[in-house]
Ligand binder design. Sequence first.
Ligand SMILES: [Zn+2]
Length: 258
Amino acid sequence: MRIGAHVERADPLADAAARQAEVVQFFLTDPQGWEDPKPRADAEALRTAEVDIVIHAPYRINVATLNNRVRIPSRKLLLAHANGAAAVNALGLVVHGGHVNQGDDLAAGFENWRKTFAYAADQGGFPLPVLIENTAGGDNACARSLDALARLWDVVGPLGAGFCLDTCHAHAGGEALLDLVDRVKAITGRIDLVHANGSRDPFDSRRDRHDNLTQGQLDPELVVAVVRAAQAPVVVETPGGEAGQAADIAFLRTQLAG
Ligand SMILES: [Zn+2]
């Protein structure tokens, strides 16, 4: 398994080297903004790097919502980031599953995911796999509970969507990690990426606060079991900067070897 970390976007290859990462994930723009990505000076170095590249889409993107003032710019921004991710030869673009507002019908959210893929197809299609990530919170989320995920996948699975499994989000979102990979794969048929994170919060807390793997309220052995079962590239999105993430990567390598 190739293991790495989520890092700042300024110099991801230097950050990867400092962490002995084999995979590096970063945002192309301010994750809280609505900017299209710009060409990067290090694009050629990223394209030819030994390290695998993953791009994370901005957090504001919500293609599922029935609020068209969010949904329409979201799907446009998602495609722009997919093109930016392809320009650095990323293996995928991670985006959160999104949600509908309280009182809105979740079925309309899944239909909006279908429209998102149709919109992209009209523009030539997504140039790389879009990896939909499970989320920690929300009663109206498209990809928190496995029940919702199954309904989402009926729509997006045939359209070629990939899946990113986040261990903190599953735990905080109320899905136990024991045998989770089997239960997810029974729905999606695939796990393209694992976000291996600890959690500062208890099971089913619906809070999204990552912790280092050997800290917090998520049993690290369960995280290791998920990583082992998934057989996919792994990214830690954990705190503590270079030292904290390097320790988490080393922990996973040691556990997987043992
Ligand atoms: Zn994540």
